[in-house]
Design a protein around this ligand. Structure first.
Ligand code: COA
Length: 163
């Protein structure tokens, strides 16, 4: 089940973070800030009271873009579609806040994440050199967020296109 995170998830979030990233971890303090005062949306996937992953979006007051700040699925729950589902839920949440697109950065050597983002419609548009603590470059990707059409709108749209 995907749901918004709350302060009772802090311990599990920190554990998940340290288990799944070798460097550039988000600290407990950062998660606390993001959950309380940050202009952010933090979604978690939970099953049987265990957090299997999270997606974190940040917003800036004068920007129409949401930033996917982090996405992580616990090792033992990978390759089951949870990353894809969390990313789709994060995009819906960004749409709900009126964002026009989602931008993100990822390590140049993170092929699994690059594949996921490509499949979900993200396109590369730039590079940040020497971006991470170990000097790895970051790829920048973006996806425009078009409004999701409801079923009835889709029929009307198809009829309009066909006529
Ligand atoms: C990247 C990550 C979020 C993917 O999560 P996941 O739940 O395993 O991914 P999914 O099962 O939803 O896979 C969706 C698609 O991603 C791609 N993908 C996922 N893992 C992959 C891998 N190891 N190698 C290649 N492609 C992969 C595939 O295209 C897959 O689609 P398919 O199943 O139709 O082939 C996960 O590996 C992770 O948490 N990694 C560590 C943290 C990280 O790198 N986060 C991203 C920071 S930018």
């Amino acid at each position: 089940m995907i749901r918004p995170a709350n302060l009772s998830d802090l311990d599990a979030l920190v554990q998940l973070e340290t288990r799944n990233f070798d460097s550039d971890h988000l600290s407990r303090r950062s998660f606390h800030y993001l959950l309380t005062r940050g202009n952010a949306i933090l979604l978690v996937d939970e099953e049987h009271k265990q957090l299997r992953g999270y997606a974190l979006l940040r917003f800036h007051a004068r920007s129409p873009r949401a930033r996917l700040y982090s996405l992580a699925i616990d090792h033992k729950h990978r390759s089951r579609g949870i990353g894809r589902a969390l990313l789709a839920a994060a995009e819906d949440a960004a749409r709900g806040r009126g964002a026009a697109s989602v931008q993100l950065e990822l390590r140049k050597d993170n092929h699994a994440a690059a594949r996921l983002y490509e499949k979900m419609g993200y396109r590369e548009f730039g590079t940040y050199l020497d971006y991470y603590a170990d000097h790895m470059d970051a790829l920048r990707m973006e996806k425009p967020l078009t409004t999701r059409l409801h079923a009835t709108d889709q029929v009307a749209h198809a009829v309009h296109r066909a006529s």
